[in-house]
Design a protein around this ligand. Sequence first.
Ligand code: 4NP
Length: 147
Amino acid sequence: MVCLGNICRSPLAEGILKSKLHADNFYVASAGTASYHVGDNPDSRSISIAKKNHIDISTYRGRQFKKADFDYFDYIFAMDYANYKDILTLVRNDQDAAKVDLLLNVLFPGENLEVPDPYYGGTVNFEEVYQLLNKGCDALVEFLKNE
Ligand code: 4NP
């Protein structure tokens, strides 16, 4: 799960997806395309909305997406189109590129919808992001079941 800062959307997506999958079978992680928040815990507003939904992301630490991630992950989901394009600048071959998509394309195929950046927003924006991610992750779990 990849966003810009790896403190608002993607750690929340990581926590939600982990809550829906068995850790024995799936390795789920998140990253940011930017380095501003490397080593930081998630934004307190993401921690709060996760906690409200019985998910603890408070110990996660920001990290930056790197080329080696293409070797470790089968699927790489971007939160918005800018993240998607930034990830694509790092691909080494067609196989890497084929792993990348917008998360919401799993839920709404071909629509290229984005999970909006809530960083400059308020609680309502984080609530909206949580709801979108929860639905997106439900669709992803269904997709993975059929893989
Ligand atoms: P995220 O949100 O990409 O969902 O983690 C942001 C976090 C930090 C910044 C922008 C977006 N920032 O500009 O520092």
